[in-house]
Design a binder for this molecule. Structure first.
Ligand SMILES: Nc1ncnc2c1ncn2[C@@H]1O[C@H](COP(=O)(O)OP(=O)(O)O)[C@@H](O)[C@H]1O
Ligand SMILES: [Mg+2]
Length: 240
């Protein structure tokens, strides 16, 4: 079993959105995924609790119980445990990082979110774990040109110390309407753009975490424009 900690030191970045959609995308791909809601706000539980398969899909937990829960999930035959973490306190976030094979830091393309992403990276590196950063709630391109906020975010993250996932999640209403129906975007609009980006994110995470046919994770010093281009991101100015 592999364990993924979805984290951000900033509320509202999209931890729960990413964690829930990834868990349900994993299941749709035939991966036995379970979700641990370690945030006392219990947003993931709020979304999932009325689902038919709720009992085997998610657990309410806390930082201090994460180690035990991880071992129990491993014994139960799960393939993937996804931990939805709180923004704070740092000690609780650290407990999730410690049990994770991979940490996924979620960041909006804003100054304060990027600053929080840098703090997440510091925790991941201090604890010697692997990690990736995903941009969420990115505004849509206009006339095929990437908004400056997204370009600047990719540029800033070149120096964050962890690779950025090739796919960025856009700001789309469907992420909100899906939760109102206790579902993932894949279950609402299988062939839509949101579903495509969630599937791509799951593929990137699953390759990285399972080590299946992947190149070693890139570091911030490598060329991060390549994944940006692969994601269809157009740089409007050359990086300094
Ligand atoms: N890509 C997105 N597009 C539109 N709304 C989003 C997106 N990601 C998150 N949201 C919305 O932003 C709010 C905060 O997201 P949430 O996942 O709860 O963040 P966190 O768990 O980091 O606090 C929620 O209302 C959620 O529906
Ligand atoms: Mg949350």
């Amino acid at each position: 079993m592999k364990t993924l900690a979805v984290m951000s030191r900033k509320g509202g970045a999209g931890k729960t959105t990413v964690a829930v959609n990834l868990a349900l995308a994993a299941r749709a791909a035939g991966v036995k995924a379970v979700l641990a809601d370690a945030d006392p706000l219990r947003s993931a539980c709020e979304v999932l609790r009325e689902r038919d398969e709720a009992a085997g899909l998610f657990f309410e937990t806390s930082a201090s119980k994460l180690f035990t829960l991880t071992e129990a999930c491993r014994r139960s035959g799960a393939d993937l445990l996804i931990i939805d973490t709180p923004a704070a306190p740092e000690a609780d976030v650290a407990e999730a990082v410690k049990v994770a094979d991979l940490c996924l830091a979620v960041s909006r393309p804003t100054y304060l979110d990027l600053a929080a992403a840098v703090r997440s990276v510091a925790i991941i590196q201090r604890l010697g774990r692997e990690g990736m950063i995903v941009l969420n709630q990115c505004p849509a391109p206009r006339n095929g040109v990437e908004p400056p906020s997204v370009v600047k975010a990719f540029e800033a993250l070149r120096f964050a110390g962890l690779p950025v996932t090739p796919v960025a999640l856009r700001s789309r209403l469907i992420y909100q309407t899906a939760f109102a129906q206790m579902r993932s975007v894949l279950e609402i609009d299988k062939s839509g753009a949101a579903s495509a980006e969630v599937r791509q994110l799951f593929d990137a995470v699953w390759r990285a975490i399972s080590g299946e046919g992947r190149a070693p994770l890139r570091t911030a010093n490598d060329d991060l424009r390549r994944p940006a281009r692969a994601a269809g991101l157009t740089f409007v100015s050359a990086p300094a």
